[in-house]
Design a protein around this ligand. Structure first.
Ligand SMILES: *Cc1c(COP(=O)(O)O)cnc(C)c1O
Length: 367
């Protein structure tokens, strides 16, 4: 048989390592507690569920293309200009718009050592080259980012608070970064966990107001409890939004997504309850870990990063948790092989995790 030519993927595509999500199952357990994907243990607002159910009656209709009603709700809650908002299929899609619009073959995209694993995927999909810069003790190092900028740099991806570190840049540091970057470099402030940092945090929006090269992204997947429905958004200068809207599919969000996220945004009581509970149990779990002799940075997100003496101890602890039906996240792929990232669940989940880890550490002390 003669060799026939085959379709060849674009450069960069075959360098992409497939994304690995948090595990959801353990063989032999049908009642697991999933603390591996930073999901909201309380689920979405009841109003969001109701809105989704109502919208389902209209699924034979195309949704609207401009997301005007959702953008108005977001703008109202956050005091923003709705014309400077773009909505996507998760904030992942907004990050993809950014990579697709502003980076191409031969360009460089900067991300940090423990940064989100979607950044290299989106960078390579755009044909560009990921440039990974070191962090300092699990904290973003602004000087390292600025030192990595070259004439080929097009985008800097920054997660703040960080995932899986949970640490946060100070306002002065973020501003120093924005000020130090050339104006033609897009700074993406990925705020997937920003709502867990503090009430009314809006330094990312202020940054996008002061710098026309800043894109602030937020998501409905974490504090709003809608990870399964896939809705996120970005806020930036109108010129940036205009560019990204050109590559956005007109019907990227379904009627169900639009209705549920709008209702979720408007339910501030549910939001505040989730925020308050998260802060309480996050700080409780961190204290419990520290009391067991396990290092743990102060977290500003909805998870904590437990740091064990070495990778072997972290893996053994993970096995002990799995034996009890508790799934947490190994983060060796993020350059943190001695750590486990534990999503803050509800009170019983947090107590169970602390209990099982306590028993595991006690067992090791005796060994
Ligand atoms: C979860 C997460 C997101 C949000 O992803 P969605 O596509 O909105 O679900 C974005 N960035 C980081 C760092 C995350 O951890």
């Amino acid at each position: 048989m003669t060799e026939r030519p085959r379709p060849l993927p674009q450069p960069g595509i075959m360098d992409i390592a497939l994304y690995v999500g948090g595990a959801a199952q353990i063989a032999g357990h049908d009642n697991v507690v999933k603390l591996s994907s930073n999901e909201n243990p309380y689920g979405p607002s009841e109003k969001a569920r109701e809105a989704a159910a109502r919208a389902a009656h209209q699924m034979h209709r195309y949704p609207n293309t401009d997301h005007a009603s959702l953008r108005a709700a977001i703008a109202e809650v956050h005091g923003l200009d709705p014309d400077r908002i773009i909505c996507g299929v998760g904030s992942d899609e907004v990050l993809q718009f950014a990579a697709q619009c502003f980076a191409g073959p031969g360009d460089e995209v900067i991300m940090t050592e423990h940064g989100f694993s979607m950044y290299p995927i989106l960078t390579r999909a755009a044909g560009a080259v990921p440039v990974v810069v070191p962090e300092t003790e699990r904290r973003v190092n602004v000087d390292a980012i600025l030192a990595a900028v070259t004439p080929r740099t097009r985008i800097v991806f920054l997660t703040n608070p960080g995932n899986p570190t949970g640490t946060m840049l100070t306002e002065a540091e973020i501003r120093r970064l924005a000020q130090g970057l050339p104006g033609n470099v897009l700074l993406v402030h990925d705020g997937a966990y920003t709502e867990f940092a503090e009430e009314n945090y809006r330094r990312d929006f202020a940054l996008a107001d002061d710098f026309p090269n800043v894109l602030a992204t937020r998501t409905f997947s974490k504090i709003y409890g809608l990870g399964g429905l896939r809705i996120g958004w970005g806020y930036a200068d109108r010129a940036l939004i205009d560019v990204m809207n050109r590559v956005r599919q007109p019907f990227n969000l379904s009627g169900v997504q639009l209705a549920a996220s709008e209702a979720a945004m408007k339910d501030r009581a549910h939001f505040t309850r989730c925020q308050t509970e998260n802060t309480k149990w996050r700080d409780w779990l961190r204290r419990a870990l520290l009391d067991l002799g396990i290092d743990c940075d102060e977290s500003h997100a909805n998870f904590v990063l437990a740091r064990f003496a070495d990778a072997e101890t972290a893996n053994a602890c993970d096995a002990a948790l799995q034996a009890e039906g508790l799934i947490v996240r190994k983060v060796a792929g993020y350059g943190l092989p001695n750590c486990l990232r534990i999503t803050i669940g509800d009170e019983p989940s947090c107590r169970r995790v602390a209990h099982v880890i306590g028993r595991f550490m006690a067992g090791r002390d005796q060994a």
